[in-house]
Ligand binder design. Sequence first.
Ligand code: NAP
Ligand code: MG
Length: 401
Amino acid sequence: MEKIQMKTPLVEMDGDEMTRILWQMIKDELLLPFIDLKTEYYDLGLEHRNETDDQVTIDAANATKKYGVAVKCATITPNAARMTEYNLKEMWKSPNGTIRAMLDGTVFRAPIIVKGIEPCVKNWKKPITLARHAYGDVYKNTEMIIPGPGKVELVYTAEDGTETRALVHEYKGAGIAQGMHNLNDSIESFARSCFEYALDTHQDLWFATKDTISKKYDHTFKDIFAEIFEKEYKAKFAEAGITYFYTLIDDAVARVMKAEGGFIWACKNYDGDVMSDMVSSAFGSLAMMTSVLVSPHGYYEYEAAHGTVQRHYYKHLKGEETSTNSVATIFAWTGALRKRGELDQIPELSAFADKLEKATLDTIADGKMTKDLALITALENVQVLNSKDFIQAIRSTMENM
Ligand code: NAP
Ligand code: MG
């Protein structure tokens, strides 16, 4: 059989621990036998980030700007324990944070739906994709403990020194106060990423804030989305037969619970944090989610939504068997390959991505799965496979298709 040829390389960002092990198995069993795989390889494993003073993360993000499509393995975000474990020179920042800041993107997460793993919400028939704004608000706040009577004001000092003041509260006793901000540029690129992704995936877009209460802050989000939609996307949406729908966040929550899915739900930073955990756990598991960073400049970075599965890795190091779910990492590769196929007009490459995804889901629906899924499946008589056997089972499903 002839291998599928590629034109432009994918930016390949390798990672850490158990997901690094899965990464190699996926390449060996599911990709290299079928594709003449072209990648530009960046080792984002923590040891190499430390050796390069994290320059490798910056190089990988720049390569993504050059080629347009990247696939990333889960990576360790160092904390105090990792400083000693890996003997680090510095507590390097989260690679995801660095890459997101450089590509200026929005992260879209959607559940992978498979027969036998049913969502807890019984009317959810299609995926709900969550788009979370990843800048500002409470995540970049300034807080103050107010010890006793007095007043708190917001003061804006313009470059020419003029001050504008707004009273927050006259305190009669002790209390608390908080200041938050966001930037029009960041909200605009969030809006454009959402509109682009809706067109790309052919799904309706919902957006919600609390603009009735927050008449300036949240209202600005609503206004920026409305203005960009009117000017740049209204005609394109009409042509694609999809809609943009704005409502209040509490109304959105109520409607989502009654909906059947099949749309994108754009959320402000905090709402997105909370709602993505709710949606993903109601759909099954973090290992059954796709995650893609879409930049308003047209760069795509595909990844798994879960971490490096440290606990399983330590078992693996001791020579014990693991049953780690590779679905999200396989779908990161298929997402990237399909996008590369579209951009380079290689239909065989996109078709291969579809086939590998179908083989993965068919394998599970056929009762062959990893332990995490076996615990929640509605199927009976399932076969629990170890990490490697599951990947090999997918290969044999694919070869028999
Ligand atoms: P995690 O890797 O997501 O794993 C947490 C637990 O969830 C696991 O112990 C496992 O439960 C279950 N799990 C997650 N993915 C699974 C899979 N593919 N198959 C089966 N079970 C799975 O989170 P963590 O252990 O808290 O974090 C480990 C490292 O990942 C940290 O250093 C963190 O910085 C990093 N991280 C990276 C990313 C990223 O790069 N995108 C995201 C989050 C975290 P059981 O142990 O009960 O089986
Ligand atoms: Mg969260």
